[in-house]
Design a binder for this molecule. Structure first.
Ligand code: FCB
Length: 783
C-alpha cells in the first residue's frame, strides 16, 4: 500500500453538532439549552432542522460513508426529566431515515455541550443527578432511533464542557469555579458510564466516547519531540497532560484517576463527589475511542505564573505561543502531532479502536464568481491525513476520519465568524455552496486516499489565463510595477482575488528571474542587545540560506539608509524582510509594511499593527522576578525602570506593577535615562536616598542591575542581605558579577529562529500571527 492509500475498510465522513447547525430552537416543544441562555448570537444557525434533506443530499453527493451528528437533549427532555418529548424525537427519526436512505452510516453523539437549561437550574453537571438524567436520556434516544444508529458516542470533549463551561466560564453555562469544573468533569464521566450501561442494556452494538486529546510539549519539542526536558519542564508537561488528557482517558479506559491528579482535585473540590463504585461504573468496556485533534498544547515551567482558570492546578506553568503557521482561529498548525497522539494512545491503551472524529480548520474564505478556493483548508486536511496514514503504518488502529465540519456554522462563543465548513453557508439566505475542499475531499473518498501529487495552488499561469494577459504582465501587477495600465491592473487583480492566488516566492522569482533574496535590516542594536543582534544575524542567515534564499544585509542607521532600504524593497529586490527596528519609534517598519512585501519584526512595535513580530514575554518575566522577591520576604521593592518610551520597558514595568498590586504593595520607581550601567547606578542611588528602607531593587535590564550592584556597594549596602537585586535579560555578564545576578532569561537563539521561521511561513503565503516566547527566572546569589 502506498503512503497515499488507506486501509480498505477505512471510514470517511464528517461531524456536526446539534446546537451549531439545527436552529429552530423553539420548535416542537424544545426549550432552551445552556447555550441558548449563554450565547449572544442569534440561534438559527444553518436551519438544518428544516433543511436536513438538502444537507444529507450534499453529503451523499460528496460520497460520505459516515455522518457523526449530535442529538439535542433539550429537544428530547425540554424540562430535563419526566416523559420524553415525542415531537422532538421525531426530528431525529426523520433525519435518520434520510441518512440511512442515502447509504450513509450514522454515528450519534448524545452530548455535544447543550445541556437543557432546566438541568443547569437544578445544579448542572456539578450536581450528581445530572449524570443519572443523562443515562435516562440516552435510553430514550436509543428507544426511538436505536434501530438505525450504528455507533453511539456518549460525550463530546468533556474537558471543554467541564473546564471552559464551569472553570474559565468562556463557554456555557459560564460559571467560574474550579470546584464546579472538577465536579462537572467527574459527573460527565459518571454519566458516560451510566449511559454506556443503559445503551448496552437496550441492545446498542457499538459504544464509544469522544475526547479532545492534545499532545502536550514544550516549545522546543514542537520541532524535536524526542528532546530531553529539564525536570521542571517535564513536570509542567505531565501536569497539563494529566489535567487535559489523562483526567478522562484513565478513568474511562482504566478505571482510575491519574494518581498525581487526585491531590489537585482534592485541593480544589475535595473528593467527596467521587463515590465508592463510581470508577467501576465509568470504566465500561468501549468499542471505539473518538479522538478530536486540532492543535497541540505547548507549555513550559514558569515559577511565578498563576494558574490558568481553564486548568486549575496549573500554577507555575506558562502556555506558550510557537512560531508556526496558524489557522484564522490562531491555532498553530502541527500535523505531525496527530501521528504522535494516535501512536501514543495505541501504545498506552492497546487493543482499542480509534477514530479521528474531528479535525479541520477555520480559514477566511473568499466567495468568488466561480467558487470558494480554500486551498489552505485543503492543505490542512491533506497534511493531517498524511500524518494519520503514517500513524497507521506504525501500528495505530485508526478506523476512520471525520472532517470538522460539513457546514460553516455557529462556532460556540466565537459565533458565526469562524468558517470550518467544507460547505459555505450564506447566513442571510441559507444558501449552501461547496468549497473546493468539499470537492477535493470527495475525490479523496472516491480513491480511498490522497492523490500522488499534492493539490496545486493557483499559479501565475492560471491567473494569466483568467485575466487574458501574459504571465509577465501578471507578474508585473503582482509585483506592484507601475508600467501597467489601470484597466489591465484591475483585470489582473480581479483574477487574483477570484482564484485566491497567493503570490509565492518560487513563482515570482521564476517569472521575474529575480534571485530569492531576503533583506535582513539591522538598526543600531540597543545597549546590551548585541548578543541578540548577532544571534539573529547568525540564525536568520543560516535558516534562510538553508531554504535557498540569499540574504542581503542592510544597516538602517541614518535617514539616508532608510530611504535606500525602502527603495530597495519597493523595487521588489527582496521577497521578504526581517527588520530589527530601532528602540524608538521610526517610520521604517511602517514604510516597509506598505510595500506589501512580507515583513517580520523583532520586538513588539509601539503601535499595534498586523505586521507579525517575535518578542518575549516581558510582562510575565517581570511578574516572575517581582514575585520571586516577594517570596523571599522582600516588601519594599524599588524598580530601576529605564526610559518608559521603550515598549520593552513599558511591558516589564507593567508586569512589576501587576505583581506588586496582587500583593497589595505600591511601586517605587526610578526611571533611568538610558540602559547603561552608569544610569542604573545613578537611578539606584536616587532610589536609596529617597527611600532608604528599600530592601530590594528590580532593574529592567541586567546592565541597569549591574549599575545597581555598584551603587549598593558604594552606599555600603550588602547584597542580598540588605538589598536584593534582580535584573532582566541574563546577558553573559550577569553570571560574572559579585554576587552573581538573579535575572530573567530571555531566549536569544529561539527568538532568532522564530523570526526566520515566521518569515518563511509568510513567504509561503501562510497566515501567521506574532510569536511571544516565554522567559524564565534564573536564581543566583543576588536575590
Ligand atoms: C471542537 C468542538 C466542535 C467545534 C470544533 C472547532 O472542540 O467539538 O464543536 O467547535 O472544536
Amino acid at each position: 500500500m502506498s503512503i497515499t492509500s488507506f486501509p480498505e475498510d477505512f471510514v470517511w465522513g464528517v461531524s456536526t453538532s446539534a446546537y451549531q447547525i439545527e436552529g429552530a430552537t423553539a420548535a416542537d416543544g424544545r426549550l432552551p439549552s445552556i447555550w441558548d441562555t449563554f450565547s449572544a448570537d442569534r440561534a438559527e444557525a444553518c436551519d438544518h432542522y428544516h433543511r436536513y434533506p438538502d444537507d444529507v443530499r450534499l453529503m451523499k453527493e460528496l460520497g460520505m460513508a459516515a455522518y457523526r451528528f449530535s442529538v439535542s437533549w433539550a429537544r428530547v427532555f425540554p424540562e430535563g426529566r419526566g416523559k420524553p418529548n415525542a415531537a422532538g424525537l421525531d426530528f431525529y427519526d426523520r433525519l435518520l431515515d434520510e441518512v440511512t436512505a442515502a447509504g450513509i452510516t450514522p454515528y450519534a453523539t448524545l452530548y455535544h455541550w447543550d445541556l437543557p437549561q432546566a438541568l443547569e437550574d437544578r445544579g448542572g453537571w456539578p450536581a450528581r443527578d445530572t449524570a443519572e438524567r443523562f443515562a435516562e436520556y440516552a435510553a430514550a434516544v436509543h428507544d426511538r432511533i436505536g434501530d438505525r444508529v450504528d455507533t453511539w458516542f456518549t460525550l463530546n470533549e468533556p474537558w471543554v464542557a467541564a473546564f471552559l463551561g464551569y472553570g474559565s466560564g468562556v463557554h456555557a453555562p459560564g460559571r467560574k469555579s474550579a470546584a464546579d469544573a472538577f465536579r462537572a468533569a467527574h459527573h460527565m464521566l459518571l454519566g458516560h458510564g451510566l449511559a454506556v450501561q443503559a445503551l448496552r442494556a437496550a441492545g446498542a452494538e457499538k459504544v464509544g466516547l469522544v475526547l479532545n486529546i492534545a499532545p502536550v510539549m514544550t516549545p522546543a519539542q514542537v520541532s524535536d519531540f524526542g528532546r530531553e526536558l529539564s525536570e521542571e519542564d517535564a513536570a509542567a508537561v505531565a501536569r497539563i497532560d494529566a489535567l487535559a488528557n489523562r483526567q478522562f482517558l484513565e478513568p474511562a479506559l482504566r478505571g482510575a484517576y491519574p494518581a498525581e491528579l487526585l491531590p489537585v482535585i482534592d485541593r480544589h473540590a475535595g473528593l467527596g463527589h467521587v463515590r465508592e463504585g463510581d470508577l467501576e461504573t465509568i470504566a465500561q468496556p468501549l468499542d471505539l475511542l473518538g479522538v478530536n485533534y486540532y492543535t497541540p498544547l505547548v507549555v513550559q515551567a514558569q515559577p511565578s505564573e498563576p494558574a490558568d482558570p481553564a486548568y486549575p492546578g496549573s500554577e507555575g506553568i506558562l502556555f506558550c505561543t510557537i512560531p508556526t503557521a496558524v489557522t484564522a482561529m490562531g491555532w498553530p498548525i502541527v500535523p505531525n502531532c496527530l501521528s504522535l497522539l494516535l501512536g501514543r494512545i495505541s501504545r498506552e491503551y492497546p487493543g482499542l479502536d480509534l477514530m479521528v472524529t474531528e479535525n479541520g480548520a477555520d480559514f477566511v474564505d473568499v466567495v468568488t464568481g466561480d467558487g470558494i478556493h480554500d486551498v489552505e483548508r485543503i492543505s490542512f486536511i491533506e497534511e493531517h491525513l498524511r500524518a494519520l496514514r503514517a500513524a497507521i503504518d506504525d501500528g495505530a488502529r485508526v478506523r476512520g476520519y471525520l472532517v470538522w465540519t460539513l457546514l460553516d456554522n455557529l462556532e460556540w462563543s466565537d459565533g458565526y465568524q469562524r468558517k470550518f465548513g467544507l460547505v459555505h453557508v450564506d447566513f442571510a439566505t441559507q444558501r449552501r455552496r461547496m468549497k473546493d475542499s468539499a470537492l477535493w475531499y470527495r475525490d479523496v473518498i472516491r480513491r480511498n486516499g490522497l492523490a500522488e501529487t499534492r493539490p496545486r495552488r493557483p499559479t501565475l499561469e492560471t491567473v494569466a489565463a483568467r485575466a487574458g494577459v501574459s504571465r509577465a504582465t501578471v507578474s508585473r501587477v503582482v509585483n506592484g510595477e507601475s508600467s501597467v495600465s489601470p484597466e489591465v491592473r484591475t483585470a489582473v487583480m480581479r483574477a487574483v482575488n477570484e482564484l485566491g492566488y497567493v503570490p509565492n516566492l518560487a513563482a515570482r522569482s521564476l517569472v521575474t528571474r529575480r534571485t530569492n533574496a531576503v533583506a535582513l535590516v539591522l538598526s543600531v542594536p540597543r545597549q546590551g542587545a548585541d548578543a541578540l543582534t548577532s544571534a539573529v544575524v547568525q540564525y536568520v542567515t543560516s535558516l534562510l540560506e538553508g531554504a535557498g534564499k540569499q540574504i542581503t544585509l542592510m544597516l538602517a542607521d541614518t535617514a539616508e539608509s532608510h530611504r535606500r532600504i525602502a527603495a530597495h524593497v519597493e523595487a521588489r529586490l527582496a521577497d521578504g524582510v526581517v527588520l530589527l527596528p530601532p528602540d524608538r519609534g521610526d517610520t521604517l517598519a511602517e514604510r516597509l509594511s506598505r510595500t506589501g512585501v512580507p515583513l517580520v519584526l523583532l520586538g513588539k512595535p509601539p503601535i499595534a499593527s498586523l505586521v507579525p513580530y517575535v518578542d518575549v514575554d516581558n510582562a510575565g518575566g517581570a511578574v516572575a522576578a517581582t514575585e520571586h522577591l516577594l517570596a523571599r520576604g522582600r516588601r519594599r521593592i524599588g524598580m530601576v525602570c529605564g526610559p518608559t518610551d521603550l515598549v520593552t520597558v513599558q511591558d516589564r514595568l507593567a508586569g512589576h506593577r501587576t505583581a506588586l498590586q496582587r500583593a497589595g504593595l505600591t511601586p517605587h520607581l526610578a526611571p533611568a535615562g538610558d540602559l547603561t550601567r552608569a544610569e542604573g547606578a545613578a537611578a539606584t542611588r536616587r532610589l536609596l536616598t529617597e527611600a532608604p528602607s528599600l530592601d530590594a531593587v528590580f532593574a529592567a535590564t541586567d546592565q541597569l542591575a549591574i549599575g545597581a550592584l555598584q551603587a549598593a556597594r558604594e552606599l555600603g549596602r550588602r547584597v542580598p542581605d540588605d538589598l536584593a537585586v534582580v535584573g532582566f535579560d541574563d546577558v553573559d555578564a550577569a553570571s560574572a558579577t559579585t554576587p552573581a545576578l538573579t535575572t530573567v532569561r530571555v531566549p536569544v537563539a529561539d527568538q532568532a529562529l522564530a523570526l526566520a521561521r515566521l518569515l518563511l511561513s509568510r513567504l509561503e503565503g501562510r497566515h501567521t500571527t506574532s510569536v511571544v516566547l516565554p522567559t524564565r527566572l534564573v536564581v543566583r546569589e543576588s536575590a
